[in-house]
Design a protein around this ligand. Structure first.
Ligand SMILES: C[S@@+](CC[C@H](N)C(=O)[O-])C[C@H]1O[C@@H](n2cnc3c(N)ncnc32)[C@H](O)[C@@H]1O
Length: 254
């Protein structure tokens, strides 16, 4: 697997292998809820925007869907192609999808819209490639007070002497609804989905939560992570954090 050639514009290619190991499986309950709510089955033409390491593509293909993926990071695209052989996976920006108008029945975006430079433009682009009557299903982190992992983020910020970044508006239901309505879509379904994140031991905990840090960063900040994670440590030395994603499914008018 070639995860090389990172650039400043593409931090994700360099992270692809570690992302797959620490985070690739964690959103599985959200993926299943999304595929159910969007009615994905045999023959559904599905595009996963920000497809990462391809788990949703593989799950959708297993249901008989005809799957396509888009991701800015070539390293992520390579992993998606390995996860879902035969999928049409392209290096592409969510705001400029290389698919024609009305080409897809379902567009999915999991844990990605908040990363777009212009989430409204990404939502409008997803709506453009949907067939009339098709659905856009977006899923991402819910409010901080629903996500135990944010305790670690707060501890890291405090250790750095910094304020925690303001909560993204897209972690709340209203702004996501407004975003999809602004793209001309009608919201049909909203649900919270539990997405627990687990780590087998201290090493997996630190590597997962300090994704992308070099050896010095892991050594320096690892103890902060371990201390902040203490309430989530289990007797066998593993960790489990309860978190929630919010799934919102909206339909393009027919
Ligand atoms: C947090 S990961 C989520 C990956 C996957 N959807 C999942 O749930 O496991 C975000 C992914 O979105 C990609 N990404 C970030 N910004 C993007 C954009 N503007 N257009 C397309 N992909 C983007 C990254 O390269 C990365 O693979």
């Amino acid at each position: 697997m070639d995860d090389a050639h990172p650039t400043d514009d593409d931090p994700w290619t360099a992270l692809a292998g570690d992302w797959a190991a620490a985070w690739g499986g964690f959103a599985a309950p959200a993926r299943a809820a999304l595929l159910d709510a969007a009615g994905v089955g045999p023959g559904t033409r599905l595009l996963d925007v920000g497809c990462g390491t391809g788990e949703l593509l593989a799950d959708a293909a297993a249901r008989g869907a005809v799957v396509a993926g888009a991701d800015l990071a070539p390293g992520m695209v390579a992993r998606s192609l390995a996860a879902a052989p035969g999928a049409d996976v392209r290096v592409a920006d969510a705001e400029d999808l290389p698919w024609p108008d009305g080409a897809l029945d379902v567009v999915a975006a999991v844990n990605v819209l908040h990363l777009a430079d212009d989430p409204a433009a990404a939502a409008a682009e997803a709506a453009r490639v949907l067939v009339p009557g098709g659905v856009l299903a977006v899923c991402g982190w819910a409010e901080r007070d629903r996500c135990a992992l944010d305790a670690v983020e707060a501890a890291l910020a405090a250790d750095d002497g910094e304020e925690v970044d303001p909560e993204s508006p897209l972690r709340s239901e209203g702004p996501v609804r407004a975003l999809l309505a602004g793209a001309g879509l009608a919201v049909e379904h909203v649900a919270l989905v539990e997405v627990p994140w687990t780590a087998a031991d201290d090493d997996a905990l630190v590597r997962g939560l300090l994704l992308g840090e070099d050896a010095a960063g892991l050594a320096g900040r690892g103890p902060v992570v371990v201390a902040a994670a203490a309430p989530f440590r289990r007797p066998d030395g593993s960790y489990r954090f309860r978190n929630a994603f919010r799934l919102v499914v909206a339909r393009r008018p027919g």
